[in-house]
Design a protein around this ligand. Sequence first.
Ligand code: HSE
Length: 334
Amino acid sequence: MRGVKVSLFGFGNVGKAVARVLLEKERFFRERYGIALKVVSVADTSGVVWLPEGIDLQEALLVKETFGKLSAWTNDYEVYNFTPEEAVEEIDADIVIDVTNDGGAWEWHLAALKADKAVVTSNKPPLAFHYAELVGEAERRNVPYLFEATVMAGTPVIGILRENLLGDTVERIEAVLNATTTFILSRMEEGRTFDEVLREAQSLGIAERDPSGDILGVDAGYKATILHCVAFGPITFRESRVKGIGGISQEKVREARSRGRTIRLVATLERGKITIEPREIPVDSPLAVESHENAAVIWTDLLGELVVKGAGAGLKETASGVVSDVIKAALRIA
Ligand code: HSE
């Protein structure tokens, strides 16, 4: 059995979902992969709980659920006021998991990689703004830097582009990458109002806490930027052209539907060019997804057209991508 030490940053909804999977599938991971994952620290915005012998995740979940913050946990455990950079430096871990919304996290991702720690992340801005630097550092050191859950949750579009199709040249990608806007637009077709369905998307955990990034197309833009980096080479979000769904009225949505078409926020990617905009598409298009689904149509020189479709948001769906990357990193390290 190979022991692998994990440091978990972020204990909101996604962090808790990841902890639940690690807890519930501990035996499966031991038996299937011969890997014993030991979570040595868990951090939320209130503090860092660190125990080199391993943290009881069940208790961590109970504390968080009961008191809303990890710093309320005093029994047997020390709570530290580390910054993420200090925590990365101090805590002896093989894998750092980032499931925070920290926009400046690229600095501590880089610090972790420089300390030869693998990084697994669902946090998009580090990759949307610093892809070349982070992936470059990881490749130079041969340390895993894995980010499946940043795009289409656990639906493995990053894996397909990064680990398969290695002899193909990707020519174009069209994708629906934001679930909140799909949810809103499809419910508006049924006659519901924008505000009402936005609230529903928030209560289901699909929309971000601050949903403006979803509505304005920024979230889709981050994801399209990451896909571009993997499929065509480095670029940053600043180079993308982004238009959100703010100007789409209920009349427009319903009128499109009456013509057998539907409006979705579509990302179009070609080498050096990213566009995000609401577009009318036929209802039988693979991009005409519903609910929390995402889809990407990938055209390559050898394979032709490939459709990747599946969950693009949700807690256990995002945990699927994160945990899969943790196992990949653990297998490489071990
Ligand atoms: N708010 C995001 C969405 C969640 O609506 O797609 C997944 O990144």
